[in-house]
Design a protein around this ligand. Structure first.
Ligand SMILES: Nc1ncnc2c1ncn2[C@@H]1O[C@H](COP(=O)(O)OP(=O)(O)OP(=O)(O)O)[C@@H](O)[C@H]1O
Ligand SMILES: O=c1ccn([C@@H]2O[C@H](COP(=O)(O)O)[C@@H](O)[C@H]2O)c(=O)[nH]1
Length: 228
């Protein structure tokens, strides 16, 4: 059996409104990938995207001194909404309920397991890392709206340089080691700590580039950052 795990960034599913065209193309690619080999299975963990930031922003302005856990619980609901949409998109390929606890939920039926947020303190990247470790994916593919991890945030610094390979120490030096609700980071610091401890390899790539995603799934040369 070949099990791959994708952390599907909310920035792809719902950058503002739902990106229906992206989801149609993603569905076509994943369906074809699974049809090519009946031993293939996929875990897809879905992030919160714009709804998470929008509702967290509203809560911040409505509730004075709101605590981080309260903000995270709001973000988790957005991941569940996006994940339920992705599960629905895949129909009979996805027979398990959306995973809400990556430490215990099972993957006994179907070809795709869709996961959402679990509990406060990290992002859905952490939930994807737990599932990748539990179900023996050799690497976790973190799909977002950036082609690489860069030396700095490319949306703020036009001179940021793409990094093709890096160690977990390098990544931790870039993203830090603590969690803030709604952070926009190439990979969550808490997920990085877990991945480092469990010796996971993570690929960060742009999910919009579907030819590139196909290359990653088929273990061919690809554009992206490998962290190990
Ligand atoms: N060093 C860096 N390299 C690459 N991107 C960075 C870096 N630092 C910050 N970022 C930001 O991280 C963003 C990607 O993270 P973001 O959390 O927005 O996406 P996502 O994981 O796809 O979506 P979501 O968090 O909603 O699931 C990029 O758009 C970029 O602005
Ligand atoms: O297990 C989880 C997953 C998510 N959250 C909160 O939700 C938002 C959105 O998730 P992303 O994966 O970043 O898209 C995140 O910023 C957290 O605030 C969580 O608390 N626990």
């Amino acid at each position: 059996m070949s099990m791959k795990t994708l952390s599907l960034g909310g920035s792809l599913v719902a950058p503002d409104a739902v990106d229906v065209e992206f989801l149609q193309q993603f569905h076509a690619l994943v369906t074809q990938y699974l049809e090519e080999d009946s031993a293939r299975k996929l875990i897809i963990v879905v992030g919160g995207g714009a709804p998470a930031r929008l509702y967290q922003g509203a809560a911040r302005s409505l509730v004075k001194d709101i605590d981080n856990d309260a903000l995270d619980w709001i973000g988790i609901q957005a991941t569940k909404l996006n994940a339920q949409l992705v599960k629905t998109l895949f129909g009979d390929l996805c027979l398990e309920p959306v995973v809400e606890n990556p430490e215990v939920d099972t993957f006994a039926k179907g070809r795709i397991l869709v996961g959402a947020g679990w509990k406060p303190g990290f992002s859905s990247d952490y939930d994807a890392a737990v599932l990748a470790h539990r179900f023996g994916s050799e690497r976790l593919v973190n799909l977002s709206n950036i082609s690489y991890v860069y030396s700095d945030d490319p949306q703020k610094n036009p001179n940021a340089q793409p990094l093709k390979t890096m160690s977990w120490q390098d990544l931790q030096a870039l993203v830090g080691e603590s969690w803030l609700p709604g952070s926009n980071l190439p990979f969550d610091p808490i997920a990085a700590k877990f991945s480092k401890e469990h010796k996971l390899t993570v690929v960060v790539a742009n999910g919009k580039n579907l030819e590139n995603l196909k290359a990653i799934l088929n273990e061919q040369p690809f554009e992206g950052t490998t962290i190990k």
